[in-house]
Write a protein that binds this ligand. Sequence first.
Ligand SMILES: NC(=O)CC(=O)C(=O)O
Length: 297
Amino acid sequence: MAGLLKKPVKIALVQLASGADKPHNLLHARQKVLEAASTGAQIVVLPECFNSPYGTTFFPTYAEVLLPSPPTEAQSPSYHALSSIAKEANIYLIGGSIPEREESTGKLYNTSLTFSRDGSLLATHRKVHLFDIDIPGGITFKESEVLSPGNKITIVDFPEYGKVAVAICYDIRFPELAMVAARKGAFALVYPGAFNTTTGPLHWRLLGQGRAVDNQVYVALCSPARDEEAGYKAWGHSLVADPLGKVLGEAEEGEEIIYAELSGEEIEKTRKGIPVYTQRRFEVYPDVSEGKVKYEE
Ligand SMILES: NC(=O)CC(=O)C(=O)O
């Protein structure tokens, strides 16, 4: 377990206020990422659907073609903006998510792009678990009406620091994905996500802390800021939980940047103190992470 996180790193979660104007959203994201980087943050995270409003009616209109990679600027202005922001800020950028259209099939995905300091693409994650829920008197939402699911776990290597798993929003409700990513050596699980005013107060913090405690790793959840005029009201409350499940920083509802220092020593201390990592009884419950799991580094 030693060396999971090679040296301390400052992470920033940009709880961005975005709206219907995509070019404005991209410019605003640049401004806020540069602000975060100017404080020394080395990993910066944007929210789910940071370049558009969140909703099934918006996905087709805002979708961009990403393949073949790299796409042209006309095919994907968001790809190009994220790549140049990462390079300008000299940071690792986990670029929230954007609606993606696969040109060959016409299928739409909710996709997260992660860029290196030099602006090169490191990883692509398509939301694996689509957000289909129906809570009477609360919220009904069906991403699967327009989106297709991704089919792999995504682990990205930041050479100076170590591995981070990237997944999107509803993916956090599936502990199997988090567990496999942690078992493959991720020091942090990062979820750009847009919970809402029904499920946010119920589960957002609980799930963030839960995944952290289960796996004794850092967990970061990055939401859009709440727009009271929008059809879908994001919960906000971007947060970072440490390997003990303690919340190191949490936003309110509005636009805000949350910072946290992540340290490998904290992970090691947690795992030494409560050594579930070495106490697992795989003969009782076989380890799925040793099985046929689709993941990509
Ligand atoms: N928006 C999502 O994908 C998930 C969500 O809001 C929830 O799980 O609750």
